[in-house]
Every structure is written in structure tokens, then in C-alpha cells.
Write a protein that binds this ligand. Structure first.
Ligand code: ZN
Length: 393
């Protein structure tokens, strides 16, 4: 077993970096490791939802253009209250051909590989800058990346910000160059409560929400039945916008007219489209609903959309030197779309084209007893070194 790699992963997994808590202890650990390896390190200290968080930028190589960013997020999704855990999420365990713990696949295994690779790189031989960028708040709207991207040039000092980034999210070392945008919002139906024996004296919010859901369902069906031919190869499972009804809440008792009903909705639009176009289309169609319920009463419900929260898509150009390097280093021959969002959406805003490729398994991400195959874990450092050799030397 490789002591440094396993020990670093064990340390990283031991830090509780659930997005709602501060990632500072883990970020400081990474900063110290890269500093001791001779990298120039800058920490961006920010506040996300009132919690202090840290983004870490570690760079090496000469201050010339056309370097490479290798990036990953420090935070993880929660584990408390998640059914199915039979192991301690914060104590890495090695058993059989896997390592277990929160973040093994998503994505502290990759971070440990970055540390090990950084220790093996001959910094003097770099002809172009190599930048490691570790972010906070990825699992809660890519919030760390949104903060660090505008400050990257400043944090890098005399090193020009590279235009290519490799994000080691869990793909089982497949290469992805695209993902959809994500928009989330709520729809609230406010009716008028009362006794269920006199339904005409009120308006039932759940009944009206039923009409709203039908409108949403129709639009979803329309999109699903007209796939966009330009994206059939990139998103073979769903070459169209996809929608999800996440939660619904409403009503108080079976014998009361439901006064309020709220649904939480999210959708993902294809790259290139205005992420908010579908939101506006839904608003427009919902505005035409007859907001009476079915009881022939005179009252109408109020239907309101919350402001949308939108995160950008990714659609990196094909055939970049980074794509070639990742293909050579991993043996991959095709690039597809990823079914999840990444920090790369914000990187793209700053003109940084990202590719996604990492040792973790998507099926393991966010799961109880999250794990990572040891062969993928042990193989990753050599892949990083190979890509660095091809890109920065
Ligand atoms: Zn992730």
C-alpha cells in the first residue's frame, strides 16, 4: 500500500467538510502540504451562507500563458440522517478492493492523488504553469467557484490564469466536456381554507396545484419527445431539457380545505440555451390556468413562482490539448456529457474550458457507505503526472 496516498486520503476524509460546515481545517491542511512541496499557495477566505470557507490556489512553474488548472472540491454532501450507513463516514476504511468513507469517490480520493502527484513533480522542469485549485461549497451551488473565479488572476499573482481546467469529479476516468445548466425554484399556490363540508366557500390549493403539475408535466413530455439532434452524442440518455418535481407540501387535514401547496422544481437545460427560457415558458403557461378548484366556488387561488436560482452549463470545445492529454493518459477515446453540474460552469464564465474526468464512480457519489475502487485510487497519481508532463513540459 502506498503510504502517502492512503494517509493523505485518510486525513482528508477525517475532516468533516459537509458543505454547511467550514472547510478551513481541510483547506489549511492542503495549503500546508502544497507549501511544503514548494508550491506558491494563496488562500481565498470567503463567507458562504454565513460560514467561513476557504478556496485554495497552489501554483508552480514559470509566469507564462497556457498553463493547466487541476481542480476539485473540498466539501461533501451530508451523511447525518442518511439511511444505510454501516461505517463511520469520517474514518477511512480499506476493505477488499475498495476504500470507504464520505468523499472517497466525490472527491477526496482525487484530492489525495493531487497531493501525491504534486510531491512527485519536478517543479524546475515545468515550462508552463501548473495550478491546483481546490474549492469550497461545490455541493451547494458551486458557491466557492463563483467566488474564486473573479479573483483568480489576483490570487495567482504574476502567473497568467490558465485557459484549460481539469476537474476530477467522479466519472470512472471517462472524459466529459459538457453538462446542462440547472435551475431551481418553488411554485406556491395560495388558496382559501375552510370546512371540507362547504368547499364552495374556499378554494383548494392542492386541487389547483394539480392543474399546475399537469402543465409542468406536459412541457416535460414535449421536451422528452423532441430530442435535440445536436446533443444525441453528448447526452445519449437524455438529449433534451429534463425536469424534476422534487418535493410537495400542502394541506393540514383530510376534512379541511387545503389553504396552501408548495412544490420545489428543478430542471436542466441543454448547453447553449438561455437557462431561464424554460422558467419563463412555464410561468407563461401557468398564468393561463383557471385557478378555481372543482367545487364551483367563486374564489380563485394565487399562483406564485419564486425567483429562479440558476447555475451555468458547460460545453467545452473538443480537440483541445487537454482532451488529447486525458485521452492518452486514461485510454479514453470519446468525450460525452456529464449528468451532473460542476464548478466548470463558473470557470467557463472566465473563459476557462473544463474537462471532467476522475477516479470516483458516479454511482458511489452521495451514497451511504460511499467507496472508491482501490485500483482507480492507486492509478490516478500516474495519470495526473502523465497529463502534467504532456501539458506543462
Ligand atoms: Zn463532486
Amino acid at each position: 500500500m502506498r503510504e502517502t496516498l492512503y494517509e493523505t486520503a485518510r486525513r482528508l476524509i477525517g475532516f468533516d467538510t459537509v458543505s454547511s460546515r467550514s472547510d478551513a481545517p481541510a483547506a489549511d491542511f492542503l495549503a500546508e502540504r502544497f507549501e511544503s512541496l514548494g508550491f506558491k499557495v494563496a488562500c481565498q477566505r470567503v463567507e458562504l451562507s454565513g460560514v467561513p470557507q476557504v478556496n485554495v490556489v497552489a501554483s508552480a512553474g514559470p509566469p507564462v500563458p497556457d498553463g493547466l488548472i487541476i481542480s476539485g472540491h473540498i466539501d461533501t454532501v451530508p451523511f447525518e440522517g442518511q439511511p444505510g450507513w454501516t461505517r463511520n463516514p469520517l474514518a477511512m476504511e480499506v476493505e477488499g478492493d475498495r476504500i470507504y468513507g464520505r468523499g472517497t469517490s466525490d472527491m477526496k480520493g482525487f484530492l489525495a492523488q493531487c497531493v501525491e502527484a504534486a510531491g512527485a513533480i519536478d517543479r524546475k522542469s515545468l515550462l508552463r504553469p501548473l495550478v491546483f485549485l481546490f474549492t469550497a461549497g461545490e455541493e451547494v451551488g458551486y458557491a466557492g467557484a463563483e467566488k474564486v473565479v473573479p479573483e483568480l488572476a489576483h490570487l495567482l499573482g504574476d502567473v497568467p490564469p490558465p485557459r484549460l481546467a481539469w476537474i476530477g469529479e467522479p466519472t470512472s476516468f471517462r472524459v466529459c466536456h459538457a453538462h446542462k445548466s440547472i435551475v431551481t425554484f418553488e411554485i406556491t399556490v395560495d388558496g382559501r381554507g375552510g370546512h371540507s363540508g362547504t368547499p364552495d366557500q374556499g378554494v383548494n390549493a392542492i386541487a389547483v396545484m394539480g392543474k399546475v403539475l399537469e402543465v409542468l408535466g406536459h412541457l416535460q413530455h414535449e421536451r422528452a419527445s423532441s430530442p435535440d439532434p445536436r446533443f444525441v452524442e453528448t447526452f445519449p440518455e437524455a438529449p433534451c431539457d429534463v425536469m424534476n418535481l422534487g418535493t410537495i407540501q400542502g394541506g393540514l387535514a383530510a376534512n379541511m380545505i387545503a389553504e396552501r401547496c408548495v412544490v420545489k422544481v428543478s430542471y436542466r437545460s441543454l448547453p447553449g440555451a438561455d437557462p431561464l427560457a424554460l422558467y419563463r415558458e412555464l410561468q407563461q403557461r401557468v398564468s393561463k390556468i383557471d385557478a378555481h378548484d372543482y367545487a364551483l366556488g367563486k374564489f380563485r387561488a394565487e399562483i406564485e413562482f419564486s425567483p429562479p436560482v440558476a447555475f451555468p452549463s458547460l460545453n467545452s470545445p473538443r480537440g483541445t490539448p487537454l482532451e488529447r492529454a486525458l485521452f492518452e493518459a486514461t485510454g479514453a477515446t470519446v468525450s460525452r456529457g456529464a449528468p451532473f453540474g460542476t464548478d466548470g460552469g463558473w470557470f467557463a464564465h472566465a473563459g476557462i474550458d473544463s474537462l471532467i474526468c476522475g477516479p470516483g464512480e458516479l454511482e458511489q457519489a452521495h451514497q451511504p457507505n460511499e467507496s472508491l475502487r482501490r485500483d482507480a485510487f492507486e492509478r490516478g497519481t500516474a495519470i495526473i503526472l502523465d497529463v502534467v508532463r504532456r501539458m506543462c513540459r
